[in-house]
Design a protein around this ligand. Structure first.
Ligand code: PLP
Length: 470
């Protein structure tokens, strides 16, 4: 056993804890106590042993600095604290009162009830993931969401992979490895989490043919590149969380499609967020939809499952059957395939759109479509319940790499406190943790992004955090 304490022949000055240290119980003696038996029952023997050893090492080090040695029960208490910390999950639910609907750091879209049920049903049991009940033979996992996606978007075929970054990488790897791909410099963007369009393109082995300038690209730039560079693809990437304002322009997707198709070159649209519904009726700018991209002539459209679609993490490719057949066969497709829990949740989410119940059933759409009045009433109920703060008009954001700088009118509970940052920290310490934001020195809690069944947990966490801060 490692021992940080020098033996009796060591030259450290005598201090009162030295003799106590000799009486420090051995690991074996501690393991024989009832308290240790309980730890073994709760946490298993190997980790209990590791925690006791670690605690004894710490106690010896402390003793060297003159800190008194705890008794055996104190030592085991410390071992228990260590075990609890080691075993407690780091991925836990939080209450998002930030007002950012698609908060990437908070896991993007919460799932609908039906999606959760579907996920649970196939995850806690065997399933038809790759099995055909009619023939009793092997089938393919890709079929599960494909039919729903083609029905919903009108595309010929669909393929679901791990996430949209993987989808774009796969499309380029399968269709343009060592070949040229035309992309406008207006679209060489970096979105959050280290996804840089030019780097993903290079990773696929595609050769970039950059056209236009940072702020402007013209149709003639596309025509010239198609003429001179003989590319195999044209890629259009959504600007995502970035907006070019002022002297800026790009041809429409339909115009680019027309010039690409005139030379028989497919157009790939990395749409990013991939809305299936129009955001405009809710007072937001228009976010291009998957259906519009396809209708404008994109041969393939790539988008995320957990942004405006409101489903699980996934990368979705929809479009031409022949291109998707080729993509499916690429070895990378196997490496980035999706799992049963994703496919089941995605399918259940897509059904909400087909039934016309997306605004009611899909949490992110319920949040986006929530009216300011409805939100104000909730904020007022919170205010009444804690007897503090005031309800003020504010703005919520969509986030998730869609609709940059676009906000929705909302009402928030605003708390005037001496140290707003400390209150934010105290809110994060609660379980469930609450994520709020500070604006103009006020702590703001926006009901828009708090799920309806989280109100009472939110109020408990809020009361505890405020008491702790007094
Ligand atoms: C978000 C986004 C991606 C990456 O999607 P993930 O699902 O996060 O991998 C790629 N391209 C664009 C334009 C995006 O907005």
């Amino acid at each position: 056993m490692p021992c940080a304490w020098p033996n009796a022949a060591g030259s450290l000055p005598k201090n009162p804890t030295m003799s106590e240290l000799r009486s420090l119980p051995s690991v074996d003696r501690l393991l024989q106590t009832p308290a240790a038996a309980r730890l073994i029952e709760d946490f298993g023997r190997p980790q209990t042993l590791a925690a006791i050893r670690q605690t004894l090492d710490e106690v010896r080090r402390d003793a060297a600095r003159g800190i008194p040695i705890p008794d055996p029960s104190g030592i085991l208490k410390r071992a228990q604290t260590a075990l609890e910390e080691w075993f407690s999950p780091t991925l836990t639910p939080v209450i998002n009162a930030s007002g950012v609907v698609l908060h990437t750091n908070l896991g993007r879209a919460p799932l609908s009830r039906a999606a959760l049920q579907a996920q649970q049903a196939v995850s806690g049991s065997y399933s038809t993931l790759e099995f055909d009940l009619n023939t009793g033979k092997r089938s393919k996992r890709e079929i599960h969401a494909e039919k729903l996606l083609t029905r919903l978007t009108g595309a010929e075929a669909a393929l679901v992979v791990n996430n949209n970054a993987a989808a774009v990488l796969l499309v380029l790897s399968a269709l343009a490895h060592r070949r040229k791909v035309v992309i406008s410099r207006t679209q060489l963007v970096e979105i959050g989490g280290g996804f840089r369009v030019p780097e993903v393109m290079k990773q696929s082995g595609a050769k970039l043919v950059e056209i236009g300038t940072t702020n402007r690209v013209h149709l003639t730039d596309y025509e010239n590149a198609l003429e001179e560079a003989a590319p195999v693809l044209v890629l259009r990437a959504h600007h995502s969380n970035f907006r070019i304002v002022g002297f800026a322009s790009e041809p429409s997707l339909a115009e680019i499609a027309a010039v690409a198709h005139a030379r028989g070159i497919p157009l790939i649209d990395d749409l990013g967020s991939g809305a299936l519904l129009d955001t405009e009726p809710f007072g937001l700018a228009h976010e291009p939809t998957v259906q519009e991209s396809l209708a404008s002539g994109a041969d393939l459209v790539c988008f995320s499952g957990d942004k405006l679609l409101g489903g699980p993490q996934a990368g979705i490719i929809v479009g031409r059957q022949d291109l998707i057949a080729k993509i499916r066969k690429h070895p990378l497709a196997r490496a980035i395939r999706t799992d049963k829990s994703c496919l089941s949740a995605l399918s259940a989410t897509l059904v909400h759109y087909l039934k016309g119940e997306a605004l009611r059933e899909i949490p992110v759409w319920r949040m986006i479509s929530a009216g300011a009045e409805e939100i104000r009433l909730r904020a007022e109920a919170w205010q009444k319940a804690i007897g503090l703060g005031e309800v003020i008009p504010s703005r919520s954001a969509v986030g998730g790499g869609s609709l940059p700088e676009e906000t929705l009118p909302t009402y928030a509970l605003a708390l005037t406190v001496p140290q707003p940052a400390q209150v934010l920290a105290a809110l994060r310490e609660q379980r469930p943790a609450v994520i709020a934001r500070v604006e103009n020195n006020l702590v703001l809690l926006d009901p828009r992004t708090v799920l309806p069944d989280q109100d009472s947990s939110l109020l408990t966490s809020l009361k505890n955090a405020l008491n702790q801060n007094n």
